[in-house]
Design a binder for this molecule. Structure first.
Ligand code: ZN
Length: 124
């Protein structure tokens, strides 16, 4: 049986259980570049060689992560509720609100089912 592990608390979740996925992309943000004619005609060779020299002894993964890094997490319903309250200060050990709504039962009563997992996705 296919299982997932909550990345927050470690709880095992079975296929068909309500679970949440969190996709995080951390990318370098640049404002729109303004390229002038002078930029186009200028010789960039020296700058590029200097940049290559500075990067030569750096860890390729570190360089890549300084531009882009993505994460994908699986969360159980308890951790999802904690997570969405404050994604930057996620501490699953804080526990869950005992008055929580049974959203799983609610969604199922409306006819929603779990999204297909990648191995079930029809690729045709
Ligand atoms: Zn959890």
């Amino acid at each position: 049986m296919m299982t997932f592990r909550c990345d927050g608390c470690g709880k095992e979740m079975h296929k068909g259980d309500l679970r949440y996925t969190v996709k995080i992309e951390v990318r370098a943000a640049y404002d729109e570049l303004e390229v002038s004619l002078m930029d186009l005609v200028r010789d960039h060779r020296e700058e590029i060689l200097e940049l290559i020299e500075r990067l030569r002894n750096k860890d390729p993964q570190e360089i890549e992560e300084s531009v882009y890094k993505s994460f994908e997490l699986d969360l159980c319903p308890s951790c999802q509720r904690i997570y969405i309250r404050n994604p930057l200060r996620f501490h699953p050990e804080q526990g869950v609100d005992p008055d929580q709504i049974n959203i799983d039962g609610f969604l199922r009563s409306l006819g929603f089912s779990q999204p297909k997992t990648p191995d079930e996705t029809d690729l045709s």
